[in-house]
Write a protein that binds this ligand. Structure first.
Ligand code: FAD
Length: 381
């Protein structure tokens, strides 16, 4: 570490130095790898937010203040020896993480875990939890007096948000515009999965405009109350008072130095080996949404990547070859519509896919939104 206060007490110069691991990003993947290595290395997490965000539950917290406590978590118990620095990695080389013009962290191992950004309210850009919470509070207040909401995009986030909005604010008129001819257009989803969700939303009064695009963006910011009119490219008029952009997952990796030019794909994903090492780098790993692992981006997969990376860093520290490997997870999705509705598409061990209804979906995820595993990762349970 240069130009930063030493993180651990100084040791005599002839004493062996602990390997330094810098984890860039403290989401599901970064927090997991950091915690797993805390006992065997000098771990530093660089994360701009002063809190962990449990993204899986953000849409519920959008409509229900009680859920904020399950979305925003402290990093205080994550590490017992290492530290979390609240700052942004501005430039990363194969051996250094620069967090400001004068603060550079030297590293023996770097783990890139910067995930993806997504439009509010699915993810937040706010660095302070209290700022994000006050934005949510204003949004809930506005939803109470909004009549019509436009959701642009009928993928998993648009569908889940519609379910949460209608459960909490049944007076809302909701329109979903989706440019493909059905909601959840990914070829991974079975027709009966789509149908189950479409039917539940239709029964709750959602208006679908499918196979059409907006001709231009609605006026004003997302999630704010204001009257607007917008048209589809074929001239259909939509009037509403609030809109949300429900697409646009963007990998965050533009801080990488030119040494990584060959492994950073055009969309920001990073090429990794099954060991989660970045292609061509023995001591740089990438985990979670930021990787190019061919699977849908999920917190569970991010945690599994992190466990493989941590095992391999432990092997390298012990002077052994990294042997743990990750195989892309089976495609599955559990999509609640509020606490009691929704549908799931799961894959059985024999490869067959099954679609489950609202009761099972509520049991698997809808009721608790996977808060238990997150509290475990963060050392809170
Ligand atoms: C609404 C919603 C519902 C979801 N539901 C599910 C679900 O039910 N099940 C499931 O498995 N997955 C779900 N997901 C997907 C899941 O949230 C992601 O797969 C998961 O967040 C990926 O974790 P990650 O650690 O790779 O990245 P992230 O969670 O995106 O964390 C990345 C972290 O890196 C930080 N960062 C970014 N840039 C920098 C930088 N330059 N320097 C330092 N830090 C930086 C960010 O602040 C962030 O904290 C859902 C996602 C959303 C949005």
């Amino acid at each position: 570490m240069s130009d930063v206060a030493p993180a651990t007490p100084s040791v005599p110069s002839d004493a062996p130095r602990e390997p330094r691991v810098v984890v860039v990003g403290g989401g599901y993947a970064g927090a997991t790898v950091a915690r797993e290595l805390d006992a065997v290395a000098d771990v530093t997490v660089v994360e701009p937010k002063d809190h962990f965000v449990h993204a899986v539950a953000t849409l519920r917290a959008t409509v229900d203040e009680a859920w904020e406590a399950k979305v925003f978590h402290s990093y205080d118990k994550l590490l017992t020896r290492g530290r979390v620095i609240n700052d942004t990695a501005r430039r990363v080389t194969p051996t250094q993480v620069q967090i400001s013009p004068v603060q550079v962290l030297d590293a023996d191992y770097i783990v890139l875990a910067t995930g993806t950004s997504y439009p509010f309210p699915a993810k937040y850009i706010e660095q302070h939890a209290w700022v994000a919470r006050s934005r949510l509070s204003r949004l809930r207040e506005a939803l109470g007096v909004t009549r019509d909401v436009l959701l642009v995009g009928g993928g998993p986030v648009g569908v889940e948000l519609a379910g949460e909005l209608l459960h909490a604010f049944p007076h809302l008129g909701i329109t979903i515009v989706e440019r493909e001819f059905d909601i959840l257009p990914s070829p991974e989803y079975l027709p009966e999965f789509r149908r189950a969700l479409h039917e539940q939303l239709e029964a709750a009064g959602v208006n679908f405009i499918l196979g059409r695009q907006l001709a231009y963006w609605p006026s004003g910011d997302v999630g704010t109350l204001h009257d607007f009119t917008v048209h589809t490219t074929d001239g259909q008029r939509i009037d509403a008072q609030m809109w949300f952009r429900c697409f646009g997952n963007q990998q965050e990796s533009d801080y990488l130095d030119s040494a990584f030019a060959n492994v950073r794909r055009g969309d920001g994903r990073l090429a990794v080996q099954p060991t989660m090492q970045v292609e061509g780098f023995e001591t740089v790993f990438a985990v979670g949404d930021v990787t190019d692992v061919p699977e849908s981006k999920r917190a569970q997969a991010a945690v599994a990547h992190a466990r493989v990376a941590a095992a391999n860093i432990r092997s390298l520290i012990a002077g052994e070859k990294p042997t743990a490997t990750y195989t892309a997870a089976r495609e599955q999705i559990v999509l609640p519509l509020g606490p009691t509705g929704g549908a799931s598409q799961l894959q059985q061990p024999d490869g067959t896919r099954v679609v489950l209804g609202s009761e099972e979906t509520a049991r698997i995820k809808g009721a608790d939104l996977m808060t238990g595993p997150v509290e475990e990762i963060l050392g809170l349970s």
